[in-house]
Design a protein. Structure first.
Lengths: 434, 434
């Protein structure tokens, strides 16, 4: 087989066979196909697309390019959850204890993130002493004992995807549906879960800006997951404004704790209930999403979801006292309100800009080496559709540096559009693909 | 400027500015843009194309990426000629002495070729002692004295094209009109001629398989040439069967000599007269192609064209006796006729296969290091449209190895299609773009 012929075939709009894709991915991972041929191939894919079958074959080839996690030592149906990411997306923090309290085994590998806030692991490190550097044995034992564990990604999962993504990133071939879908799904499949619930974000703060693109990606990923024999469900949810009110690391942990107490923001609570209910259905703990939702409400009401978070934090060396007393979590020295310059309805919040504010304050990483400030961020007091009076706070900036606070404050204000006309609150759940 | 942005721009169908193309080509030539970005860009060009302006800018940027030859020391209008190549294409061998005999200065840099026969330089080396390794001073002096010289390519002409072509060759991005046209024209512009006559081949033995593609390429190149301020004319000629009757190195030299004597095959003579007449017009030696054609016929009839070849060969160290006695040129030991298996009209000759026969015999180079056998090749006795009787020779194989001869003979026979229906001889000149 020659890579040249595969480039030509794709360029001419012909589908690649499974054997061709397998060969290409294994040779590329082994460094025997040069980047310049692969990037030409990727650009041809950008223009010619890939069939459903090709996309599934590509995903499987990438999933098998490195270690495939074996979770068979963990009893029950393992349900994984993945979000395409957005601003204020602390869903895993609240959702995993909720579903674990309902009997779903959560065995998650997680990463640190580049972006406006840290990843789930960074956020969890807001608890003093918390560590995800645990052994595979502890991981397995802990999931079997208390139903939940999150460990740092140590295994070499889907190295082909890692290499391909780095190449796509510098050759303007990132935004192609089959490539995006196979990239996400290859990692999920390698991570060994039995069922997968996907949260595909759409809007100004998401990678998929339009509802149509998000729907298409969700459908593509569900097809791949089911094609690979894993029960897969996708929820398409709104990211035209931050999710919930908190953006930042410790601030988001606080909001997750409040949500587990039944005191969380409406939109965030609703998203957790929606995704959680499909996780329970996929994990066969409930027959219908309605039944599942009632179970989730119960574990919030009776305190068992919050208790599960406490257990989880304690099992991984963290201070469970901070779950009961979130005011003990890292806190910023400066709190500065961003005041509304006029009366009116909040028309929109440019979501990506809110992420940038968090970044400016030190809440996110620009490079892998950046140090995070877990205490900083923003708390939103008004969301799209709310009425605000002149001089009322739109948000509060949590900062450790006056200059950065002023900068973030200015940018936050510019990101908000206030107008006289009342506007609808954006719909939170756009679609469920199952 | 960032290459990433230029890839994205082209991918999204937007034209690149002159400054962007200049920057891209100079950075790529200097090794500061990696191949993997350039190949993604080239594939985007394959799908999105380039405007006329972009193509001209790309050509100029590549032409100026290395040395620009200065032919100002040579008096008169320097007319260069270029063929896109085909089987049995020995045009330069006969044409350059013809136009030189009419007063056009031929100052040509030429290369050795990969392919079914050698390049012009290889063919000229059929004359014992002939050398193109001459100094720039000798080159200039010789053109001024006898009107013709061909030297091996020593200068670093259009290195950007060389680098880009090598990349296109392994990334399935060769066959894009703007890229083909700019590649050819950048070298022609760097080679310093004042006017350019192009011979664009079309048919089964040419790179451009269809008349439409050949016309489009011819038009594109004429636009570029004229856009660069060089009088440019393109002839689109047929390559559905070999040109003339001889295929091979010394065999083609013999046929060129016969043509200069007025005894050449009809099609080859006609092509020389056509291209030659446009060279005379471009070089302002004649006002009309008709007048030019009469001049060319005269230099054949009075022997001055043949005399010019003799002078030329002698001036570069070759044996002029071999021009007068072509039977002294390298000759193969074995001559084996390929006999017609039935009566009928020769419907077609798969032209590329004839090239492969020459290759098998040792007449061409598979890699840069291959040694050529100048004596081997084929002489065609029947061309498309001719009637042949069973047992009559279709062609004669000239070989130095029995096994190779048998192999070539078999393939030649398979390349010929004989049928009962009379067929038209293919039209030789499809179009002239000026």
């Amino acid at each position: 087989m020659r890579m040249y012929d595969l480039i030509m075939k794709k360029r001419n709009g012909k589908p690649l066979e499974k054997e061709e894709i397998d060969w290409m991915i294994s040779e590329y991972t082994a460094g025997r196909i040069p980047d310049y041929q692969m990037s030409a191939f990727l650009m041809a894919v950008y223009f010619q697309g890939m069939s459903e079958e090709e996309t599934l074959n590509l995903t499987m080839a990438m999933a098998h390019s490195g270690e495939m996690l074996d979770l068979s030592g963990i009893r029950g149906i393992k349900v994984d959850k993945h979000s395409t990411g957005g601003v204020g997306d602390k869903t895993s923090l609240a959702l995993t204890p909720m579903v674990a309290a309902c009997g779903i085994r959560v065995a998650k590998m997680s990463g640190r993130g580049l972006g406006h806030t840290g990843g789930t692991i960074d956020k969890l490190e807001s608890f003093s002493g918390f560590s995800t550097e645990i052994s595979a044995e502890q991981f397995e034992e802990q999931v079997n004992r208390i139903g939940i564990s999150i460990m740092g990604q140590t295994a070499d999962l889907a190295p082909a995807d890692k290499k391909l993504y780095a190449l796509r990133d510098v050759t303007a071939t990132v935004d192609q549906m089959s490539l995006i879908a196979s990239s996400i799904m290859s990692k999920k499949l390698a991570a060994g879960a039995d069922a997968i619930v996907l949260d595909v974000k759409t809007g100004s703060g998401a990678f998929m800006k339009t509802r149509e693109d998000a729907l298409a990606l969700a459908e593509e990923m569900v097809r791949i997951g089911n094609g690979a024999g894993k029960h897969t469900i996708a929820v398409v949810s709104d990211m035209n404004q931050p999710l919930g009110n908190a953006v930042g690391n410790a601030l988001e942990v606080q909001e997750a704790i409040a949500t587990l107490r039944g005191e969380g923001p409406e939109d965030f609570t609703e998203l957790c209930l929606t995704i959680g209910s499909y996780m329970l259905v996929a994990g066969k703990k409930a027959d219908t999403p309605e039944e599942a939702r009632a179970m989730l409400r119960r574990v919030i009401a009776d305190g068992s979801a919050l208790k599960k978070l406490e257990q989880f934090v304690e099992a991984q060396g963290g201070d469970p006292g901070q779950v009961r007393h979130p005011e003990l979590l890292p806190a910023a020295a400066i709190r500065e309100p961003v005041l509304a310059p006029m009366d009116g309805y909040l028309q929109s919040i440019q979501c990506e800009e809110v992420g940038n504010c968090s970044m400016i304050l030190g809440g996110g990483r620009e490079t892998k080496e950046s140090e995070l400030d877990l205490s900083v961020g923003l708390i939103l007091h008004k969301k799209t559709g709310d009425f605000v009076k002149k001089g009322e706070p739109l948000a509060t900036i949590h900062a450790n540096d006056r200059e950065k606070a002023a900068q973030a404050s200015k940018r936050y204000l510019a990101a908000c559009r206030i107008g006289e006309e009342p506007v609808q609150r954006p719909e939170l759940i756009h679609a469920v693909i199952r």
